[in-house]
Design a protein around this ligand. Sequence first.
Ligand code: AHR
Length: 516
Amino acid sequence: MGDQKFSSKSNDMKKANLILDKDFAIARVDERLFGSFIEQLGRAVYEGIYDPKNPKSDENGFRLDVIDVVKKLRVPIVRYPGGNFLSGFNWEDSVGPREHRPVKLDLAWFTTETNAFGMHEFCDWAKKVDTKVMYAVNMGTRGLDEARNAVEYANHPGGSFWSDMRRKNGAEKPFDIKLWCVGNEMDGPWQIGQKTAYEYGRSANEAAKVMKWVDPSIEIVACGSSAYDMPTFGAWELEMLEQCYDNVDYVSLHRYYQNLTDDTANFLAKSVDMDAFIKTVVSLCDAAGGKKHSKKKLNLSFDEWNVWYHSNEQDKQVLAQNRWGQALHLLEDVYNFEDALLVGSMLITLLRNSDRVKIACLAQLINVIAPIMTSKNNCWVQTIYWPFMHASLYGRGTALRPIINSPLYSSKDFDDVPFLDATAVLGDDGELTIFAVNRSTDCDMLLSCDLRAFEKLKFDEHIVLHHEDVKAVNTEAAPNTVIPTSEKVSDPENGLYNVKVPALSWNVLKFSNSTN
Ligand code: AHR
């Protein structure tokens, strides 16, 4: 980084430059980096993806307008069914004839779960939206027996008790779920059946071992600590991995950010914390492996990430008025423009760490802390939908490490934060995409991109997400308040491209290979 320092209140146009070469490869981006998450919570499933009485739904009860919008995101994998809900959930309750499925109290969210929507419905829905399932098994109230049965039910072709039950329940072919989470946030006191690292590590090891005996083709995600700032963080990873390192493939990370003090500059710097979090978990995994003299490397599954805080007060009221209700308006954050900028920077952070982060899930997908919202009559997208869509569509290929010179700023919690946050991905057809956030609250930036190492690039499009008001939101009545625009692009000069990136903006610079 450059050593210029500006206060975030200066008015001069800032300058930054970025140098790229196709040989500066970080890693091939695993497409599962653009995954998402649907929990059996609030209106994510009921009134979100499943609404049988709604005229907008198909014969399965799936909202067709929601399917259309989800498909535009090209989400490659969706984690399900929880989340906190998972730790009190019996997967068997969610299969078989609907009229026999039990109605139960969900102690994670203090609502009532009818189980009208379950494993079969989710796998069918996933097929419709062209995504894969990342299924989670309960390690709170349950353990290895239910976990291995779930794998047998979902993945075994037939001729056994559980696989034949699946066939009887209407799915002749296995669901063939390749990615499984063993538990959720097991060190959290809010979890049903919280565990110590040793308790969890032992049970996760045995569960993972027998799940793989049932189907050796599956991969398994073990629960990392529920948060970077948990007192258990660090020691949790080392101790649970001491128990289960050999039988699991990924360690999970979860992180949500907030802007409680209304400090935009500090809020936008929070992806720096995410970067440090990832690097720390990588070190912990490698330390655990090193201690075991293991040749195996564990990768990371950042399977919950987002901004989450706007709905906290409302949720308390909703539950005070309707404890044990169904399809409640819970965790319905209304995202503003600055949230979209931080989500953009979080995506840049994931791409920058794509050598070790192989899976990531934007939490969540519909209605619950989500990019997509529904009412009875409409489906609209929130501000955060846009950077997520751009990254998912244009962020596939090989992640490149740019050399960046940017002025820096300091905020309440962070020092030396680059105003320019950027990364790049080289697609398989030679198309190059640069993703960039200008974190400056008041200065546009002249960004020079040195792309001389690439021959014959054509600058196709500069997509910008910007709004004068950081608190601007998209609503059902005004769904297009914050939407991207396509800016005019300037001609290159000998591989040097100059672009103006507005103060507080998310930018996607798209180049194609003109020889194609
Ligand atoms: O995504 C909302 C909740 O956040 C999940 O249920 C839980 O895993 C996390 O604490």
